[in-house]
Design a protein around this ligand. Structure first.
Ligand SMILES: Cc1cc2nc3c(=O)[nH]c(=O)nc-3n(C[C@H](O)[C@H](O)[C@H](O)COP(=O)(O)OP(=O)(O)OC[C@H]3O[C@@H](n4cnc5c(N)ncnc54)[C@H](O)[C@@H]3O)c2cc1C
Length: 458
């Protein structure tokens, strides 16, 4: 599918209508697609959505849940350097952003994760926005087509993992949407074995609106700022766009890049922004036989001490082209914030990791011991090669960086950036806390809530 009015624009094609808009949204990712749809419901509001990724609709092969298309040559991803040996951070660069390339796990955070969110984010508002996306248990899967991984897709490792933990912890009923401390069968945003992307759910139905313009292959380089505080538009490689309001939805890394590249007084010439990440210890093993192909992460356990124990189906080498074999793994991830600094470094911010705290490190080590015990249990005996289990010396990280510009601290409760005019951020950057689960459902929930509020204000 192509983007009817929007594909392949060149500077010469760009009419004055395209060059100015009421709202310019930067980034057609998980949050940006939601906002573009909601803000363009009002026919009198002229919305331009700018995306650096290609002006093609990612096809079924790119959306296959049995692959993670983030290898060095992937058409819909970019990579950021990190200071961890041999590791880079990938991000979607596509119509649909990271929802095109991610694992397809779509779990809500736990209700208590919202206790410290700013005013306006009471649990009823959070529940309503999540329910739009995941169907809220009514069985229809919501806009994102959310459903639990079925029993027959769990795979032998996932089945044994759930059998082991369900004898020791609570289990979330399959159709419930709120996760529990205990066993959580993964909920996926999917249509059969394909990821359902934010672009399919939100942008596609709005593409024919005359007041919405999508311009792909168009990287924004900096904000246009007047007097250090008033944002008047954005500069791209191809043109300058004037806007009544600019909404940054470039993802935590893409938005940080733009904030650091622009002369915004409230940031005081900063060369870096601090963020949160999820660090995880891999417990690897060898399998006795091959794994059935399927979704990368079918089941997780959430523990009282803030860990997410992730039972990956197979070696990541089975999902990512060019990755060397390192064995399938169960990852013990600390869902408490671990620090990461996003440092200006040419075209893409670089990630510089701090040490996880002593508590986080101790919790990961204790969790890894429990996983080693599990891998040696009778439940896993048919899968794990004896003597093959090993715990990584150094924690890796999830692709989850969030919280550079937290709501209630650096923005208001709807993402308007304190100390500026005409600038809002709606993406992973504004999550004010971490949560017990991965971020995708929650980033989209934030965009749904803010998009609805802004569109009501009309
Ligand atoms: C490989 C991978 C696997 C993941 N798996 C999961 C998972 O299974 N479950 C989960 O909960 N979370 C997962 N995540 C995280 C989750 O996908 C993200 O947190 C979420 O998609 C972030 O949404 P966003 O809107 O903030 O950014 P994105 O969806 O990344 O969107 C940002 C968009 O902005 C564009 N952009 C950036 N800068 C510019 C610019 N200067 N000009 C123009 N366009 C720009 C980008 O190309 C991109 O399309 C994963 C992430 C990755 C990378």
């Amino acid at each position: 599918m192509t983007l009817p009015r929007n594909d392949g624009l060149t500077p010469d094609d760009m009419s004055a209508e395209v060059l100015s808009a009421d709202v310019v949204i930067v980034g057609a990712g998980s949050a940006g697609c939601v906002l573009a749809e909601k803000l363009s419901r009002e026919p009198g509001r002229h919305v331009v959505l700018l995306e650096r990724g290609p002006g093609r609709w990612p096809g079924p092969e790119a959306r296959d849940l049995r692959r993670l298309p983030i290898d060095d040559h992937a058409p819909y991803a970019v990579r950021h350097a990190t200071d961890l040996d041999g590791l880079t951070a990938a991000r979607g660069s596509a119509i649909g952003g990271s929802s095109v390339v991610n694992g397809g796990y779509f779990l809500r955070w736990h209700p208590e994760d919202f206790a410290d969110w700013p005013e306006g984010w009471d649990l009823d508002a959070v529940e309503a926005a999540y329910s739009e996306l995941d169907g809220g248990g009514d069985g229809d899967g919501g806009t994102m087509g959310v459903s639990p991984v079925p029993d027959d897709e769990l795979g032998d490792a996932g089945t044994s993992f759930e059998r082991y933990w369900s004898a020791r912890a609570a289990v979330r009923p399959l159709d419930d949407r709120w996760p529990v401390t205990g066993v959580n069968r993964v909920l996926g945003n999917r249509s059969g074995m394909e990821r359902r992307t934010a672009a399919q759910a939100y942008l596609e139905p709005a593409l024919d609106r005359p007041n919405l313009r999508v311009v792909a292959d168009c990287e924004v380089r900096r904000l246009e700022v007047s007097g250090g505080r008033r944002v008047t538009g954005v500069r791209t490689d191809r043109a300058t766009f004037r806007a009544g309001e600019v909404i940054l939805a470039g993802g935590t890394l893409g938005t940080a890049q733009l904030l650091l590249a622009s002369d915004l007084e409230p940031l005081g010439g900063a060369a870096f922004l601090d963020a949160g990440e999820h660090r995880g210890l891999a417990v690897s093993y060898r399998r006795k036989g091959p794994a059935e192909p399927g979704m990368v992460l079918p089941s997780v356990v959430h523990t009282v001490d803030g860990l997410e124990i992730r039972c990956y189906r197979d070696d990541f080498a089975a999902y990512i082209d060019g990755l060397p074999y390192s064995g399938p793994m169960v990852e013990v991830t600390a869902m408490d914030l671990s620090p990461v600094r996003l440092v200006a470094d040419g075209e893409r911010v670089r990630l510089v990791f701090g040490e996880p705290s002593a508590e986080v490190t101790a919790a990961m080590r204790a969790g890894a011991d429990r996983v080693v015990e599990m891998l040696h249990s009778t439940e896993l005996a048919g899968i794990v090669v004896p003597g093959s289990v090993s715990v990584a010396a150094v924690p890796g990280f999830s692709q989850h960086t969030w919280g550079t510009m937290p709501m209630g601290v650096r923005t208001d409760a709807l993402g308007a950036v304190h100390g500026t005019e005409g600038l809002r951020i709606v993406d992973g950057s504004i999550l004010p806390t971490g949560g017990h689960s991965g971020p995708h459902a929650t980033v989209m929930m934030v965009a749904v809530h803010i998009g609805n509020r802004l569109s009501d204000e009309g």
